[in-house]
Design a protein around this ligand. Structure first.
Ligand code: NAD
Length: 422
């Protein structure tokens, strides 16, 4: 048994990530020794994050940082604040980051981190103290040449600013490149905030065209209305797609003629949820996944399309804005049913691509224009889409198998070239 994961029949992000790696290595005809080497994270840090709350009591939180791979460059990956964050989830997310960075050919390995905390139940002051303490606990393993965090679920530009400040105060000089997804005033990149969503919309449109579906007037449902889902819905609508449903953790809103996203955004800015938006019908949160649409964009959390609901999915194309939204069992079933799945490591790679641009701009101490950022993002995403599609047609594999095979081969090739020390 590898690592210390309990044997379970219920798929988890980690069991799914391992199965995907196993499948890619089977296609590449590599053996168990390669699997063990590639599945094992290089470094894992588990830390206590003691937090003094506003009322003076002390709460001891758990925090993690996993560096899955350092072979192609420094580790890169998001930081998640959510109640369910645990070491195995972070391991899976770190592994997916390795493949994602390799697929879009960034000079990075993969990492992920998080604190088991519900950010909606804490004041800004408490979140700042938790972030700063977590940063000082993981300080020995992060840095612009070691491991560069970025925002994920429950974290923001503000979180990145606190990390950058804590790191800089500890080393004694300003180090903007220790994080990406920073505010513009601290060296953030133009176009970073919407980069993941731009990439999602770009590959979604390419997938529609590939399937011969006219973009103008096609329909979409978007699960999750946070950093990724909200702008993805907007970019799809801008391209002529009718976004008929969006959801968040509290519920879904639906309008067959297409949602008025301007009005919805005003509602969400005021109420922090799509629930109660009166220019649409209310649906249960899960209904966003099962509507008859051309395009389904799960952009919330992992493990939402599972063996138990996969047969209710009636989309023609699934574009994974979230990481790991489809379990491997469900993924096989979607393929059997002829539903095209654009995998997470391709579909949501736009965020890390522009994080890389932010890091590169930091190293040059030179800001690129928005046009430059967006054009280079488009080039990278289009190249990756074309490479994965061509590979999948040539080898008769799913887009996920092709994306994984390309990425894993790239990482293993780097291992071979570096050799095994000592
Ligand atoms: P976020 O915290 O900004 O938004 C998450 C959204 O999902 C919220 O609207 C929340 O209400 C909703 N949600 C949570 N559980 C839900 C459920 N069961 N049903 C419906 N909605 C639910 O997070 P984000 O940054 O938008 O990240 C979303 C996903 O995209 C995650 O899987 C993340 O790892 C992935 N991702 C994010 C980025 C990025 O740049 N932010 C990049 C790549 C991948």
């Amino acid at each position: 048994m590898l690592l210390d994961t309990p044997v379970t029949s219920v798929p988890t992000p980690l069991t799914d990530a391992r199965r995907q790696l196993r499948q890619a290595l089977n296609i590449l005809e590599y053996g168990d020794d390669v699997f063990e080497m590639l599945v094992t994270p290089r470094r894992e840090l588990s830390v206590a994050v003691p937090l003094r709350t506003d009322d003076g009591t002390m709460l001891t939180l758990r925090g993690y940082r996993v560096q899955h791979s350092l072979t192609r460059g420094p580790a890169k990956g998001g930081l998640r604040f959510a109640p369910g964050v645990n070491l195995d989830e972070v391991r899976a997310l770190a592994m997916w980051m390795t493949w994602k960075c390799a697929l879009v050919d960034l000079p990075y390995g993969g990492a992920k981190g998080g604190i088991a905390i519900d950010p909606t139940r804490h004041s800004l002051g408490e979140l700042e103290r938790a972030t700063r303490r977590y940063t000082s606990e993981i300080l020995p393993i992060i840095g612009p040449d070691r491991d560069i965090p970025a925002p994920d679920i429950g974290t923001s530009e503000q979180t990145m600013a606190w990390i950058m400040d804590t790191y800089s105060a500890n080393v004694g000089y300003t180090v903007p490149d220790v994080v990406t997804g920073k505010p513009l005033s601290l060296g953030g990149s133009l176009g970073r905030a919407t980069a993941t969503s731009r990439g999602v919309a770009l590959v979604a449109i390419a997938a529609l065209e590939h399937r011969g579906i006219r973009v103008e007037g096609s329909t979409a449902s978007v699960q999750g209305y946070g950093k990724v889902g909200r702008s993805a819905a907007r970019f799809l609508a801008d391209a002529g797609v009718r976004v008929i449903c969006v959801s968040d953790e509290h519920g879904a809103v639906h309008r067959a003629g297409g949602l008025d996203l301007d009005a919805l955004d005003r509602h969400v800015d005021m109420h922090r949820t799509v629930l109660g938006f009166d220019r649409a019908d209310a649906l249960a949160a899960g209904d966003a996944l099962t509507l008859e649409v051309d395009l389904l964009v799960p952009a919330a959390v992992e493990g939402v399309i599972t063996a138990s609901n996969v047969d209710e999915v009636r989309a023609r194309i699934v574009v994974e804005g979230a990481n790991g939204p489809t379990t491997t069992d469900a993924d096989e079933r979607l393929a059997e049913r002829g539903i095209l799945v654009v995998p997470d490591i391709l579909a949501n790679a736009g965020g890390v691509v522009v994080s890389y641009f932010e890091w590169a701009q930091g190293r040059q101490t030179y800001r690129w224009s928005l046009e430059t950022v967006e054009q280079r993002l488009r080039e990278r995403m289009t190249a990756a889409w074309n490479e994965v599609l061509t590979h999948s047609i040539r080898h008769r594999t799913t887009l996920r198998q092709s994306a994984m095979t390309i990425a894993v081969a790239r990482v293993y090739d780097a291992h071979l070239n570096r050799g095994l020390y000592p």
